[in-house]
Design a protein around this ligand. Structure first.
Ligand code: HEC
Ligand code: HEC
Length: 463
């Protein structure tokens, strides 16, 4: 019986597939007939063959290629930004120092590490690792920095060399601000952690080394001394991505105007990017690559041309309509986005938070604390559009008003534990998570008990 049934089924199946064959042949005949009719005036291409196994294999291949391309772009593509950082500002000269065909004292590896630059241990040859481990490498000599740059070992800073080996120019990459290392070899030296916010990086101190800051001053309509003052004001982990649009170098209260460097992980499913929700990931990537990193590319957003009051510098430079003579960026946006969406938020290490308090804190987050109303798990921001007014958040509107949205975006919280340095909220105004919780307790009149607050903090540390 069993075998008969199997036989029947086999029969049935072959009959069905036979029918499909007939149907396909019929369709093909129809297509051919149509093609025949058209051939008289305009010969069309041969009819497309249906793929034999669907397109799953093709999709998998595409995904692999996008991931690999995106990683490469994120880590090592300068987008041609050496034309600005090296050729115009001369930053490479200050790093190399006068003994190495540059200017000034140069930047030693010790100084480079102290301003938050990171070294990729996987780029170091075995013998150099051995020497480093034995303390035999001179970390106070800028020549060592130049050697590390030539090995492509300084994360997200690429040097270009002359034929005689001297450094000719340098460009930067996305990974400069949005990655760090795991310190597995030594502090600042280890394996790459792509997507993590580099809260050690003092962008202002690094840019401030450049021998020629006049182009930045000219753009902003200020002198070089003022440019230096602004760059020095940010401090570690902060950068001002709007200075070149609105020229607002300081807050009305005199404090620095930059924002914290956010992570570039855990972004899949999240609609709006940046603290103030400028746009999507590829929107912001085009913005940064062309108008901040000064790569060669195209960036278009009429919002920067619309208001002279909000964006006086952008009106002058027309940077809301940036079109480089050659575009080295646009073709890279798909893979770059793909890669960022592939980076998961890192899981909090076991033991870094109290598990029982975490579970209690989740209840507070979802119920009495009303946090989940905006930070909707598991995205921890709103599916849809998560923009809130400064008034609603109980903070001032300075940074919100520098954005076309005039609002703050609900910050996605997954992996929060990895970027506690520098504080919380767009400018790091709250030093600790308890400060954040106390702020909500007061603003939303939550009346949380002391334990509920500390449970909430443990929850935030663990998500
Ligand atoms: C000099 C440091 C720096 C560099 C280089 C840099 N970024 Fe950023 N990035 C920032 C800062 C600061 C912000 C926050 C800006 C804001 O909200 O106003 C940001 C925001 C972002 C965001 C939004 C994250 C979120 O939470 O929504 C993404 C995505 C991002 N950057 C990706 C990139 C990519 C891709 C590159 C390379 C093309 C890049 N960044 C280069 C500093 C940098
Ligand atoms: C009305 C919507 C809303 C509610 C309710 C809300 N948040 Fe937020 N949250 C935001 C926004 C918007 C930001 C970004 C503020 C900024 O950047 O200045 C934010 C930022 C944060 C941050 C800082 C993230 C970072 O990367 O610095 C933490 C932590 C946080 N919220 C926790 C909570 C907790 C805990 C609660 C409940 C007690 C809560 N939020 C309730 C909208 C909300």
């Amino acid at each position: 019986m069993t075998s008969r049934r199997t036989d029947t089924r086999t029969d049935h199946r072959s009959k069905r597939s036979g029918m499909i064959t007939v149907a396909v042949a019929g369709m093909a005949a129809g297509v051919l007939a149509a093609a025949g009719a058209a051939r008289a005036d305009n010969a069309p291409p041969a009819p497309q063959k249906m793929p034999a196994a669907g397109n799953e294999g093709e999709i998998n291949k595409y995904a692999q290629a996008m991931l690999a391309d995106g990683r490469k772009i994120f880590r090592s593509d300068t987008f041609g930004s050496e034309a600005f950082w090296g050729d115009v500002l001369g930053l490479h000269k200050a790093i190399a120092g006068e003994k190495n065909s540059g200017v000034g004292p140069g930047v030693s590896p010790r100084t480079a590490l102290s301003v938050g630059l990171k070294v990729d241990v996987d780029a170091l040859p075995a013998d150099l690792k051995k020497q480093l481990g034995a303390g035999k490498v001179n970390l106070d000599d800028p020549a060592t920095t130049v050697a590390l740059l030539k090995l492509n070992a300084v994360v997200a800073v690429t040097a270009f060399a002359n034929a005689d080996g001297s450094v000719r120019s340098m460009g930067i990459q996305c990974a400069l601000c949005h990655s760090t290392v795991d310190d597995s070899f030594a502090p600042g030296i280890g394996k790459r952690l792509d997507g993590w916010a580099n809260r050690d990086l003092n962008v202002g101190a690094i840019v401030g080394l450049a021998p020629n800051l006049k182009p930045i001053g000219d753009m902003l309509g200020v002198d070089v001394a003022t440019v230096r003052k602004v760059l020095a004001s940010w401090g570690p982990g902060r950068y001002d991505a709007l200075l070149d649009k609105d020229g607002k170098a300081f807050r009305p209260d005199g404090k620095q105007a930059g924002t914290l460097i956010p992570p570039a992980f855990g972004l899949a499913g999240i609609n709006l990017s940046t603290w103030t929700g400028f746009g999507s990931v590829p929107y912001w990537n085009a913005y940064v690559a062309t108008t901040q990193m000064h790569g060669m590319g195209t960036f278009v957003d009429a919002r920067f041309g619309a208001s002279k009051k909000q964006y006086p510098v952008a009106q002058k430079t027309n940077s809301g309509n940036t079109r480089a003579a050659s575009d080295d960026t646009t073709a890279k946006l798909p893979a770059l986005q793909y890669y960022q969406l592939s980076i998961p938020a890192p899981k909090a290490p076991a033991g870094s938070y109290n598990a029982a308090a975490f579970a209690r804190g989740r209840e507070v987050f979802n119920n009495k604390g009303r946090c989940a109303g905006c930070h909707v798990p598991p995205l921890f921001t709103e599916p849809g559009s998560g923009l809130h007014s400064a008034k609603e958040m109980g903070v001032d509107s300075f940074s919100a008003d520098r954005s076309p949205t005039h609002a703050y975006r609900t910050a996605p919280l997954a992996g929060l534990w990895s970027h506690q340095k520098g504080g919380f909220y767009h400018d790091g105004r709250f030093g600790t998570l308890l400060d954040v919780v106390n702020h909500y307790d007061a603003t939303l009149k939550l009346k949380l008990a002391t334990e509920e607050k500390s449970d909430l903090v443990e929850y935030l540390k663990g998500i």
